[in-house]
Design a protein around this ligand. Sequence first.
Ligand code: DGL
Length: 275
Amino acid sequence: MNSPIGLFDSGLGGLTILKELIKVAPYEDIVYVADTIHMPYGNRSVQEIVGYMKQILSFLEKMNVKAILVACNTSSALALNYIKNIISLPITGLIEPTAKKISQEKCIKRVGVLATRATTSSLAYTLAIKRYNPDIQVVEKSAPLLVPFIENRVKREVLIKALTIYLEPLINAEIDTLILGCSHYPLYLEEISSILLEKYKKEISIVDPAIYAVEELLTELKNIGITERGTGEVRFFTTGDAYEFSEKATVFINRPIKAKHINLREEGEIKIWRK
Ligand code: DGL
């Protein structure tokens, strides 16, 4: 029997990773967890993020997942290094595969990272990129309002105004490449591209970490001989209001979604931890 891939985020952002995974590997069964009760993750501490991640992993273990895709930059930045040492399943985040790939591109000299406050404060992107290529300059900008704006579906003009303000310091720093360092942001990729082109008249290449993370996880599964295929079934779970999440997710993913509510505190002991 094929096991699913577990994927999680604080909310809707992980859908951008889910879309990429479905595009590249439509045969994979997937379990998606949206920890909406604790969203936004971007204002939380390392201890909180590690705690939530442990609860989510314990749930995913019960769903018998074969691997985990951390579809959240904040969790990748704050908790993944710690979790990787104690978990025995393949687990991939968003930052490392992106840093590895972009540092190989000769034309990239100045990178801007737009991300949550927790991610930019951790400097996870800067440190990872510099580890692969110390010559690349990295500028990080936090955008604390974007996730609440996206989740609460504020008016488009309000979102565009906030995006324009947040992008300005990165434009002033003369970046040639922009990493969307929060998985929520590619939901507004078109708006971001048009602000860069129309308002700032800049041709900046935009990087969506989803592409590299999905590629890395699938390569790892192949390398370790996990090759069984499923039927492409995707199940959604949320720690918040299931109706609300389903409504919003349906709009973004363009297919009907019916999420189930889960209470992670009720989940028991974790067995996937290394002994
Ligand atoms: N989408 C997540 C990220 O990539 C979390 C955003 C949040 O909840 O603040 O960082």
